[in-house]
Design a protein around this ligand. Structure first.
Ligand code: PLP
Length: 402
């Protein structure tokens, strides 16, 4: 691999996290056991909880370990829904941003299909931003009917950062719980996890291991568990804790938080170098999402559409050239679907099919950007030719069908 430009999908495991995990893996003990081996395991879990809590500005008891971001999102969305509707069956409305990751989108849709939730999708503007005034108006129209609101901190495709402070204040003022998926934000930009009621975090997006994460849940918040069993994690998430992964998660959080502003500035500069390089090679490319400024867009995210090309073809050709990127859009039964995020932003579906996400992180260097820029001209040329062949086939089959 010449360049890994897919940090938004998963980040390389930081050496500090790997070393901490290797040590923890050789220690026997169930963190719920009362003997000294169990207490040692418990101590490792609790120390990790304390350091993650301190890094995110919350109390240790507010950190609920899960098996990653997807589980944390499901626990928040379904757990809040069940708790809130049990308290008051009039709370039927779920407000969620159209651009949420599927880890939120799908449980919300599931609540609509199976639990009778009235789902209200919050629109975004052309840069992918939710308007706090629209959230306020929607909540104010009937505050007593809102079960929960869900707006992500930063988008995984186009990197747009949402105005979470304003949205938190609106929800707190109306007494309705706000869930925030901060999976892409934590470790990339400053996140005050004490503002919303629940916040989802995932270790493998910030240099930690795969398969572990946390839901930060405000103290005293009523959440109905998804899993039942041994009553671990405040009785909210039963299951024996994965000590080594939790220890690796904490080590990664400690490292990324130790120099966050400086590394965010370095990564943003690298991203701008990538953008400038790509646009000079392909002036017709369109940048999706917010322009510039660390407040508006994740520092490591660049998202572009290449007219006349298929995103999948670009991805595979770049992969063959040793450069790993992502299209960000889902495939349904082998057919690439336009991204729901780009559609919500009003991007032309035909253009959206030719999109790529380049995402940089702590281990990215100028060499990665140079490898991309070196491979891109030939890749674009081949993808354009493939796109013309495809268009030709489509128009001839349309003529035959007419
Ligand atoms: N939420 C967002 C915004 C994500 O980007 C992802 C992963 O891509 C998830 C949730 C799911 O997290 P995990 O992979 O830890 O299940």
């Amino acid at each position: 691999m010449r360049a890994y430009l897919d940090h938004a999908a998963s980040t390389p495991l930081l050496p500090r996290a790997r070393d901490a995990m290797v040590e923890a893996l050789s220690v026997t003990g169930n963190a719920s056991s009362l003997h000294s081996a169990g207490r040692r395991a418990r101590r490792a879990v609790e120390q990790s909880r304390e350091s993650i809590a301190a890094a995110l500005g919350v109390a240790p008891s507010e950190v609920i370990f899960t098996a990653g971001g997807t589980e944390a999102d499901n626990l928040a969305v379904k757990g809040l829904w069940w708790a809130r509707t049990a308290q008051d069956p009039a709370r039927r409305r779920v407000l969620a941003a159209r651009v949420e990751h599927h880890a939120v989108l799908d449980p919300v849709e599931w609540l609509g299909a199976h639990e009778g939730a009235d789902v209200v999708w919050l629109d975004v503007d052309a840069l992918g931003r939710v308007d706090p005034a629209a959230v306020a108006a929607e909540v104010a129209s009937d505050p007593g009917s809102v079960a929960l609101v869900s707006v992500m901190w930063a988008n995984n495709e186009v990197g747009t950062v949402q105005p979470i402070e304003s949205i938190s204040a609106i929800c707190a003022g109306a007494g309705v719980p706000l869930h925030v998926d901060a999976v892409q934000a934590v470790g990339s930009i400053p996140v005050d996890a004490a503002m919303p009621d629940t916040v989802a975090v995932s270790a493998h997006k910030l240099g930690g291991p795969l398969g572990v994460g946390a839901l930060i849940a405000r103290r005293g918040l009523d959440l109905v568990p998804l899993t039942h069993g041994g009553g671990q994690e405040r009785q909210v998430r039963s299951g024996t804790q994965d000590v080594a992964s939790i220890v690796g998660f904490a080590a990664a959080v400690e490292e990324v938080m130790s120099d966050l502003p400086a590394s965010a500035r370095r990564i943003a500069a690298l991203r701008d170098e990538l953008l400038a390089g790509v646009l000079s090679l392909c002036p017709a490319a369109v940048v999706n999402g917010a322009r510039g400024g660390q407040d508006a867009r994740l520092p490591g995210n660049a998202h572009l559409s290449f007219p006349g090309c298929e995103g999948d073809a670009l991805l595979m050709l770049l992969d063959a050239a040793g450069v790993a990127v992502s299209t960000g859009s889902a495939c349904t039964a082998g057919v690439p679907e336009p991204s729901h995020v780009l559609l919500a932003m009003g991007v032309d579906p035909a253009l959206s099919r030719g999109s790529l996400r380049f995402s940089l992180g702590r281990t990215s260097t100028s060499r990665d950007v140079a490898a991309l820029l070196d491979a891109l001209p030939a890749v674009l040329e081949r993808a354009r030719r493939a796109g013309q062949v495809r268009l030709g086939r489509l128009s001839s089959s349309a003529r035959q069908g007419a």
